[in-house]
Design a protein around this ligand. Structure first.
Ligand code: F6R
Length: 258
């Protein structure tokens, strides 16, 4: 793949004033699909970036969530089932319970499974059986990861066990009492698994994401920056605050805040 080429049928980058505005705009996109009956499966990222989107969706109290399936991007390996820091617990707290999705419609790779490879296969099977994800919400790591696909992840990768980058462990230490408690491994949807969704919504804010955003949108499309694969996805909306967009060279569409 040559540097800088855009393969996506549609890739829109919008810069909004702050994370709250990103939350409102992101919620608009999710809500439009929900209202149109196009949201049978929502792919959910966890972490700080998408939280304003989920909070805004909750605030709007939209009808239609019953029957929508949720597919999580990733899960830590080795946290006990029910651990509040697990991504299964985050999806429960921030997305499933507030929005009113049925518990049986939530799919998170099982990081506590005795056979992790089998857990990855079971997750892929559930995704296939559901007919894939209609809209995938993504954050981006400072390493350039999407899901937990750290640099070096093949662009054709599927759901699998991965080692977390030390930078990612440091960044996520804020959710743990002690940095040493951050798991070293995770299960993550692969880059190609993520790319199988019909539409993607990537959200990022803050100066710590600026370099990763620049590499993802303007650097080489390569495993060195797994998030660069979004430029090969079909229909992508990227919502950034000014700090996360600060290193982009190409002009992006300014968006008036609501
Ligand atoms: C989490 C995930 C990760 C995060 C990324 C950014 O499910 O898939 O890729 O989106 O690490 O995390 P925050 O938003 O906390 O900076």
């Amino acid at each position: 793949m040559s540097a800088g080429r855009v393969w996506s049928t549609r890739l829109v980058v919008e810069v909004l004033p702050d994370a709250a505005a990103i939350g409102r705009r992101g919620a608009d996109l999710v809500a439009a699909d929900l209202a149109a009956g196009r949201l049978r499966a929502l792919g959910v990222a966890t972490g700080s970036s998408p939280s304003p989107v989920y909070r805004e969706l909750h605030r709007r109290a939209l009808p239609g969530w019953a029957g929508v399936r949720l597919f999580s991007l990733d899960e830590y390996v080795g946290l006990p089932p029910g651990d509040p820091r697990s991504y299964a617990a985050v999806v429960e707290r921030e997305v499933r319970a507030p929005l009113g999705v049925a518990p049986e419609d939530v799919h998170v790779p099982d990081g506590a499974a005795a056979d992790l490879d089998a857990a990855c296969r079971a997750f892929e099977d559930a995704l296939t059986a559901a007919g894939g994800v209609d809209l995938q919400v993504l954050g981006i790591g400072a390493t350039g990861h999407i899901g937990f696909n750290e640099p070096g992840s093949p662009l054709d990768s599927r759901t699998r066990v991965v080692e977390l980058a030390e930078r990612t462990r440091r960044d996520n230490a804020r959710f743990f009492d002690d940095p040493s408690q951050v798991p070293r491994r995770a299960l993550t949807q692969g880059v190609a698994t993520i790319g199988g969704a019909r539409r993607h919504l990537l959200v990022a804010s803050g100066p710590g994401k600026a370099e990763a955003v620049r590499r993802a949108l303007e650097g080489e499309v390569s495993p060195g920056c797994p998030a660069s694969a979004v430029r090969t996805f079909t229909d992508v909306t990227v919502l950034l605050d000014p700090a996360a967009a600060a290193l982009l060279q190409r002009p992006v569409r300014p968006v008036r805040a609501r």
